[in-house]
Design a protein around this ligand. Structure first.
Ligand SMILES: Cc1ncc(COP(=O)(O)O)c(C=O)c1O
Length: 396
C-alpha cells in the first residue's frame, strides 16, 4: 500500500472498453498477452479525483454549464508551484485532448504542403496528425550515442533555414526515449527555431512524470522570446491516469495566435465544458500532488525491477529514462528483422508492446514498454522475456 492508493491492486481493465486490453490493440487471440502497448496506467485514479467526480455525479443535474471558477487557478497554481512557471490564466485555452491541440496548431499556423519538423523516434500520432492535415513531415532524427539520445542541432539548423518549414513538434519529455530535455538543449532548439521563424509546438503531456526528483522545464518558461514563439500542450491525462476524461489545455502567450486558436475552437465547437472532465482536472491539480509523488516512487521501483532483469539479459538494453512511464528497449543485438522482433515479443515473450518502427524507421529493432502496471504483472512479463531470450540464444 502506498499513500491512499494500492498500486499493487490488480484491476480488470476489461470491465470497461479499455484500449490497452481491447481486441483492436491486442489482436485476435491476444487475451493472455501482457498488455503494455497503450500509454496509460493500470492504477485507479487518485481518491480525491474519484471523490470529486462522485460528488458531481451525486448532484444529478448535468445540464449545460460553464467552466468551474476554481479550474483556472488550479492550473496556474500547479504550473507555478510544481514547475516554476508563472502563466496568466488568460493565456490558457481548454481543449478536449492534446492531439486536438496539435492538429489545430498545425492546421492554423501552417499551410498544406508546409514542412513540420519532428525528431524521431517519436510519438507516432505526430505522423498521423501531419499526414491527415496534409503537412509535410520533415525528419530530424535524434542521435543515439552510448545509450543516450540527444538532439541533432546541426541537422535542425539546416532544416529550419528552409522557409517552407514553419513548425516543429517538440516532445518534452520525449516519448518514447524518455529524455527530459535540459534547459540548455531547449534553449538551443528555441534559438534556432526563433531565428528561422519556426513555431515550436511543445507537447508536454509527460512533464509531471520524471524520475530521481528531476524536474522538467516547460519550453515557454525559458523566457519571453521562447514563450512568444511557442504553443504548449498540457494535460493531467498521464499524471493522474484520466485520459478517458478528455481534459487538456494549451498555453499560448502570443495574443494573435491565441485569438486565432480561440476562434477555431469556437468554429469547431470544441469549447464546451464537460462536467466530469472539469472536476477531475481541478481535483487532480489541487489535491493530488502527494499521490503523484507516490506513483512516481512506484514507477521508479518498477524501473529498478526492469533494470535488474535486463542486467541478466545482455542482448536487451534499456535506454535509461529520465522521465515518462514508457521504456525504450533496444533489442538490436538479437539480430531480428522488425517483423521477427514483433513476432518474438508477441509469441515468444507474450508481450503486447509498441513496435519500435511505429515511432519511425529509427525505431526498428526497439520496442516501447509501459511500466505503469502492477509490480506482479511486470515481474511476470520480465520472467517471460528472460525465458524467451534463453530459448533463442543461451545467456552467458
Ligand atoms: C507525447 C504524447 N502526446 C499526446 C498523447 C495523447 O494525448 P491526448 O490523449 O490528450 O490526445 C500521448 C499519449 O500517449 C503522448 O504520449
Amino acid at each position: 500500500m502506498t499513500g491512499t492508493t494500492n498500486f499493487d491492486e490488480k484491476i480488470n481493465r476489461r470491465e470497461v472498453p479499455a484500449l490497452k486490453t481491447h481486441k483492436m490493440v491486442l489482436g485476435e487471440g491476444g487475451v493472455s498477452l501482457f498488455a503494455a502497448g497503450v500509454a496509460d496506467m493500470d492504477f485507479r485514479a487518485p481518491p480525491a479525483v474519484m471523490a470529486a467526480m462522485q460528488e458531481r455525479l451525486d448532484h444529478g443535474v448535468f445540464g449545460y454549464e460553464t467552466v468551474p471558477d476554481g479550474l483556472m487557478p488550479a492550473l496556474t497554481d500547479w504550473l507555478r508551484n510544481r514547475h516554476e512557471w508563472s502563466v496568466e490564466a488568460s493565456h490558457i485555452l481548454r481543449a478536449p485532448n492534446v492531439l486536438n491541440i496539435l492538429a489545430i496548431a498545425a492546421s492554423l499556423f501552417t499551410e498544406p504542403g508546409d514542412g513540420v519538423i519532428v525528431q524521431p523516434p517519436v510519438f507516432f500520432d505526430f505522423y498521423d496528425i501531419l499526414n491527415e492535415n496534409s503537412r509535410r513531415l520533415v525528419s530530424n532524427p535524434l542521435i543515439l550515442r552510448d545509450g543516450r539520445y540527444s538532439m541533432d542541432f546541426d541537422g535542425l539548423e539546416k532544416l529550419a533555414a528552409d522557409p517552407k518549414i514553419k513548425m516543429l513538434f517538440l516532445c518534452n519529455p520525449h516519448n518514447p526515449v524518455g529524455r527530459v530535455w535540459s534547459k540548455t538543449e531547449l534553449q538551443q532548439l528555441g534559438d534556432i527555431c526563433a531565428a528561422n521563424n519556426v513555431l515550436v509546438v511543445s507537447d508536454e503531456i509527460h512533464g509531471d512524470i520524471t524520475f530521481d526528483s528531476r524536474r522538467y522545464t516547460p519550453f515557454a518558461a525559458l523566457g519571453p522570446k521562447y514563450a512568444q514563439n511557442s504553443i504548449t500542450c498540457l494535460s493531467p491525462a498521464k499524471s493522474f491516469n484520466i485520459a478517458a476524461c478528455c481534459s487538456a489545455f494549451t498555453v499560448i502567450i502570443d495574443d494573435a495566435r491565441r485569438k486565432a486558436f480561440q476562434v477555431e475552437n469556437s468554429r469547431l465547437t470544441v469549447n464546451k465544458n464537460n462536467a466530469f472532465a472539469s472536476v477531475a482536472m481541478e481535483a487532480a491539480y489541487t489535491k493530488c500532488g502527494a499521490w503523484l509523488e507516490d506513483v512516481l516512487l512506484y514507477l521508479e521501483d518498477n524501473l529498478s525491477l526492469v533494470r535488474t532483469h535486463l542486467n541478466a539479459i545482455p542482448q536487451v538494453k534499456l535506454i535509461e529514462p529520465e522521465g515518462t512511464f514508457l521504456l525504450w528497449l533496444d533489442f538490436r543485438d538479437l539480430g531480428f528483422s522488425p517483423e521477427e522482433l514483433t513476432a518474438f515479443l508477441r509469441q515468444g515473450a507474450g508481450w503486447a508492446v509498441t513496435r519500435g518502427q511505429a515511432f519511425g524507421v529509427e525505431g526498428e529493432g526497439f520496442a516501447r514498454l509501459n511500466i505503469a502496471c502492477t509490480r506482479a504483472d511486470l515481474e511476470l512479463a520480465m520472467r517471460r522475456l528472460s525465458t524467451a531470450v534463453e530459448q533463442i540464444t543461451p545467456i552467458s
